[in-house]
Design a protein around this ligand. Structure first.
Ligand SMILES: C[C@H]1O[C@@H](Oc2ccc([N+](=O)[O-])cc2)[C@H](O)[C@@H](O)[C@H]1O
Length: 523
């Protein structure tokens, strides 16, 4: 085993010293308790929580912040969000960041993942004009965290492109890679003295496929099977430019790490038939391989089956050339290996079938429809979000696959969480069941030798869940949106997570007596 594992008796709750071992063996002898294996997370494991700027900050036009694509979307299309809301105020973390850090301290977190709003520090998106108030906000947040030994993990892009860059085509303009590199430099220069973990992009698939084809994320465009691939290639190149910039100009003095976060749900073939196995593989390639292979695979470049599929479809559709070509050799070499870690957002397992079309997913783009069927198994408990159900050992399946495919990269789970409905109880036992299963699966993953270094729950607090608005809640803390102060209150799952962090093992018997959160000494 690569992590601390101890023999324990049911009365032991920490590393075993001789005295407590003797006492417990006596207890076994007296009470007939059984000795069982107790698995623990390593002491240096990062336990944190994650958020993103648009989903929590509010203050959408305060102190010089520029407009971004989500501001534009919700203000020009007031019915686009399911509950007719916006992120204009959200959880108002712009004004409540000290309370947010206080919550991290209550939980005993040693890390917190948040994103920087590009338009808050560069109102037009271009790096010629820096907004000092925006920089000051993130400095205040980072300083408050560092004061309490909470490691900042900073995402540079969590879906909120400055609108002025979108007006120039956004991610489908090849110049995006330059705009992004310039923005990254501003971030590294201003925050890199205290921030040691940078994530370039959150979930490329949601940015490109959902933003430029599926119309489920801003800018809500359908670029007919062309823009999605331009976006994908520019995004990966922009990531590599930021990585190399950090590596050559900042890492030598700042000593941090730079990676990317990709959505890696587990796509499992419905049966062992060759067709189902290929359908699941195509799903994996279009969801994460298209972004991960160029960076993490030994060969570099885009996945073969995907290139073949799009070439075949493009020809059938009368295009004189394929809509998805591989990176050239120079680009491949520039991108390959350009990450210090693989950030994984993992939520669920999806079954994939070549024949059972309960719901059809068009991979890799709608124009390339392979008509792969997908579904969430009936027996898996459902959350308040339609795409999120509870599946057995899901993290283990996804992460051991990444270990084999990409030569055991360093991994952080950068999101994992469960959705409940707004009016549901603070006693969120379903979330606790989900989390305990996830943690158990993480221990299995560590046992299998996966280089897993940390875990961020989604989310620290309830927030604006994109097109689903405020209907699903994923926070350890509930936010009262009726209250102008946006008061936060701990859910029961917050106390269970706190217990895990403090003790480093899963205690199925732990039942918090009440929901009062305190800041404990000694964290
Ligand atoms: C709840 C968080 O979801 C993240 O995005 C997604 C979107 C879709 C899936 N999926 O399995 O279909 C997983 C994660 C997002 O990064 C974060 O901001 C939250 O909204």
């Amino acid at each position: 085993m690569t992590y601390a594992s101890i023999k324990t008796v049911n009365c032991l709750h920490g590393p075993v010293d001789m005295k407590s071992l003797v006492l417990c063996l006596l207890a076994v002898a007296c009470h007939g308790s059984t000795v069982k294996q107790q698995r623990r997370f390593p002491d240096d494991f990062l336990f944190g929580a994650a958020t993103s700027a648009y989903q929590i900050e509010g203050a959408w036009n305060e102190d010089g912040k520029g407009e971004n694509i989500w501001d534009r979307l919700v203000h020009t299309n007031p019915t686009v969000i399911q509950d007719l809301t916006t992120g204009d105020v959200a959880a108002d973390s712009y004004h409540n960041y000290k309370r947010d850090v206080e919550m991290m301290r209550e939980l005993g977190l040693n890390a917190y993942r948040f994103s920087i709003s590009w338009a808050r520090i560069l109102p037009t998106g271009m790096a010629n004009e820096i907004n000092p108030a925006g920089v000051a906000y993130y400095n205040n947040l980072i300083n408050e965290m560092v004061k309490y030994n909470i490691t900042p993990m900073v995402t540079l892009y969590h879906w909120d492109l400055p609108q002025k860059l979108q007006d120039l085509g956004g991610l489908i303009n090849p110049l995006f890679t330059e705009w992004y590199e310039d923005y990254a430099r501003v971030v590294f220069e201003n925050f890199g003295d205290r921030v040691k973990l940078f994530i370039t992009f959150n979930e490329p698939s949601q940015i490109c496929f959902e933003g430029f084809e599926y119309m489920n994320k801003a800018p809500l465009l359908n670029t007919f099977g062309v823009g999605v691939y331009l976006c994908a290639k520019h995004l990966v190149l922009a990531h590599a430019r930021a990585y190399h910039l950090y590596n050559t100009e900042f890492k030598p003095t700042q000593g941090g790490q730079c990676g990317i976060t990709i959505s890696v749900n587990w796509f499992e073939a419905d049966t062992d038939s060759a067709e189902d196995l290929m359908a699941a593989e195509l799903m994996r390639q279009s969801q994460w391989g298209i972004y991960a292979d160029p960076i993490f695979s030994a060969e570099g470049g885009l996945p073969r089956e995907l290139l073949d599929r799009v070439a075949e479809k493009s020809a059938q559709q009368g295009f004189p050339r394929t809509r998805l070509s591989d990176f050239n050799e120079e680009e491949k070499a520039f991108i390959k290996g350009a990450a210090d870690f693989f950030g994984v957002n993992h939520y669920t397992t999806v079954k994939v079938s070549a024949t059972e079309h309960k719901q059809v997913y068009s991979v890799p783009s709608m124009l390339d429809d392979v008509n792969v069927g997908f579904y969430w198994p009936e027996e898996n408990p459902k959350s308040a979000s339609p795409w999120l159900s509870m599946a057995p050992n899901s993290i283990y399946h996804a992460l051991t696959h990444l270990k084999e495919k990409y030569n055991n990269p360093k991994i952080y789970i950068t999101e994992n969480g469960w959705a409940t409905y707004r009016n549901s109880s603070l006693i969120d036992n379903d979330r606790i069941t989900y989390y305990r299963a996830a943690w158990e699966s993480m221990l299995n993953t560590l046992d299998a030798g996966v280089n897993l270094k940390g875990y961020m729950v989604w989310s620290l607090l309830d927030n604006m869940e994109w097109l689903e608005g405020y209907i699903p809640c994923l926070g350890l803390y509930q936010v009262d949106y009726q209250d102008p102060a946006r008061t936060r209150v701990a859910r029961k799952s917050a106390l269970v997570y706190k217990h895990l962090i403090k003790n480093r093992y899963i205690d199925y018997e732990y039942e918090p007596g009440n929901l009062t959160m305190t800041i404990d000494d000694g964290f």
